[in-house]
Design a protein around this ligand. Structure first.
Ligand SMILES: Cc1ncc(COP(=O)(O)O)c(C=O)c1O
Length: 400
């Protein structure tokens, strides 16, 4: 009796992507040559000048508690970045630094949502959104995008699921898992909708700098002052600067909301790591050559793997505009049987690829789309080449 978990804990599912990463790690430790397309982080090194800034911070003894919502120097650097890259003006009071943007997002959920609230989440979605919304007893409501439209979110898709309980719309462009970016005209229409219906916007811009084919990111908050007033922009140094382990993310928005998030954060984690904050300043304000190199390399891999997937009969894969994932539709193979075991969904397909081809993928069901698998190309070109061959063979075997 005493060991009974809370209702909240019982309802929470652990991150499936992290679980799959653990299986792949175990297989690798057993000596199995695994091709890992499950990764949610750049395979590049944190830039040298960023590491140096952290080392200097340690040497200088910058190793104590800081202000819970982050040091002013980093908030200023974030304000500079938001102005420089997004045309957005924020003062430090409108900014909070958290232990990764996942933490910023959870602070937002804690500060704004409660039982009875609905939050619109476009699908396919990063699974953390729906889980976090549920963790604070609110209800995620799915706005469906269509593969035929390149997974592009439309105003109509959002509008069709608005109810009197809707409090906010969560946007993620470029999107994890599809890589799709919200077209500018739709972004404008969604902004107008939010104003008309008095809704908040949470804009997760984690992948903003990883865009391809000439696409560039526009923050919805930059469209006009009206939408900026009801938007919280969320971003991170994790992806652009290959800093996933440093755990620095941030949010910028209306000062009252940021203040409430700060109060919650101060009781839960206190400040993000002091040293990592100094490193983040160097990342945001320093040279961006490493980022440019990374984008060129991601683009090369993206085009290679996309072409290979689209030549496999039975697989279709949309061309993603950003992030570092491909989201192929593999559902035409559902119904196949391997050694008497049926493959009828994305989890069974991911398991088949893992067991038979030693290829790690993430089932689309984790992102609200069971017809798909997510493949991350944040791994070397050589590995991608080997993986592509294994995938071709594995699907060839299913065709019999
Ligand atoms: C869409 C999206 N947002 C936010 C994050 C969180 O990144 P972090 O907590 O490292 O800032 C991720 C990580 O995978 C992501 O895919």
């Amino acid at each position: 009796m005493i060991l009974n978990l809370s209702r909240r804990a019982k309802g929470a599912s652990p991150s499936a992507t992290l679980a799959i990463a653990a299986i792949a790690k175990r297989m690798k430790a057993e000596g199995i040559d695994v091709v890992d397309f499950g990764l949610g982080e750049p395979d590049f090194e944190t830039p040298a000048h960023v590491k140096e800034a952290a080392i200097t911070a340690i040497r200088d003894g910058f190793t104590r508690y800081t202000a819970a919502a982050g040091i002013d120097e980093l908030k200023q650097a974030i304000a500079t970045k938001l102005k420089r890259d997004n045309g957005l003006s924020y003062s430090p009071a409108d900014i909070i630094v958290s232990c990764g943007s996942k933490h910023s997002l959870f602070n937002i959920a804690e500060a704004l949502f409660e039982a009875g609230d609905e939050v619109i989440v476009p699908a396919p979605y990063w699974v953390t959104y729906t889980e976090q919304i549920r963790l604070v007893d609110a209800q995620p409501v799915i706005a469906q995008t269509r593969e035929e439209d390149g997974f592009h979110l439309t105003r109509e898709a959002v509008e069709s699921v608005i109810t009197p309980k809707t409090k906010a719309i969560l946007l993620n462009s470029p999107c994890n898992p599809t890589g799709a970016m919200i077209p500018l005209e739709q972004l404008r229409k969604i902004a107008a909708l939010a104003v008309e219906r008095d809704l908040l916007i949470i804009s997760d811009e984690a992948y903003e700098s990883l865009t391809y084919d000439g696409h560039t990111h526009v923050s919805i908050a930059s469209l006009d002052e009206q939408i900026k007033r009801r938007t919280i922009v969320v971003n991170t140094v994790s992806k652009a600067y290959a800093m996933t382990g440093w755990r620095i993310g941030y949010a910028a928005g209306p000062a009252e909301i940021i203040k409430a998030m700060g109060a919650i954060q101060s009781q839960v984690t206190s400040n993000p790591t002091s040293i990592a904050q100094k490193a983040a300043v160097a990342a945001l304000l320093g040279p961006h050559d490493d980022l440019r190199t990374m984008v060129v390399e991601f683009d090369r891999r993206r085009r290679f793997l996309l072409n290979r997937l689209n030549t496999i009969p039975g697989i279709t894969c949309t061309n993603p505009e950003g992030a570092f994932y491909l989201f192929p539709n593999v559902s035409s193979f559902y119904g196949a049987t391997v050694n008497g075991r049926p493959i009828s969904n994305s989890a069974e397909m991911a398991d088949y690829l893992l067991q038979s081809a030693h290829v790690v993928s993430v089932p689309g069901s984790e992102f609200g789309s069971d017809a798909h698998l997510r493949l991350s190309y944040a791994t070397s070109m050589e590995t991608i080449g080997v993986g592509a061959e294994r995938i071709e063979r594995a699907f060839g075997a299913l065709r019999g």
